[in-house]
Ligand binder design. Structure first.
Ligand code: RTP
Ligand code: MG
Length: 137
């Protein structure tokens, strides 16, 4: 069993894709163990994307992720981290296959609809950034 952190980004919420995206993971068989809707502040955005602090796209990424509400959730299941990344598709939607979330719903790398943890270390760190232990059921 593994837990992963997933987030529908502001473009996905704005476009009304929350139900579609949550539904795909539920139908796949992952268990929803935590869920919250929030507007991310600059501090949390910079902590969440700390690995990209020195990248040229960092400021734009922080602007975007704080531009509107997101829906953050934790999923649990066998190989949840890798499976969720597979269902999300490649970072750049031009490389994401049809049938994946980014392949089906995104066209640009800046607004690519969804985030999912990339490793067990990232999952643990990101879950702790967004949820208190008692919020995970
Ligand atoms: P995420 O963290 O959002 O789930 O995306 P990811 O793991 O697939 O990609 P990552 O390398 O962690 O990049 C985080 C987000 O930064 C934006 N990005 N822009 N312009 C660029 O070259 C570039 N590279 C990355 C994307 O929006 C990506 O989702
Ligand atoms: Mg990433």
């Amino acid at each position: 069993m593994e837990r992963t952190f997933v987030m529908v980004k502001p473009d996905g919420v704005r476009r009304g894709l929350v139900g579609e995206i949550l539904g795909r993971f539920e139908r796949k068989g992952f268990r929803l163990v935590g869920l919250r809707m929030l507007r991310i502040g600059r501090e949390l955005a910079e902590a969440h994307y700390a690995e990209h602090r020195e990248k040229p796209f960092f400021q734009g990424l922080v602007e975007f992720i704080t531009s509107g509400p997101v829906v953050a959730f934790v999923l649990e299941g066998p190989n949840a981290i890798a499976e969720v990344r597979k269902m999300m598709g490649a970072t750049h939607p031009k490389d994401a296959l049809p049938g994946t979330i980014r392949g089906d719903f995104a066209t640009t790398i800046d607004e690519n609809v969804i985030h999912g943890s990339a490793s067990p270390e990232d999952a643990a760190r990101e879950i702790a950034l967004f949820f208190r232990e008692e919020e995970l059921l």
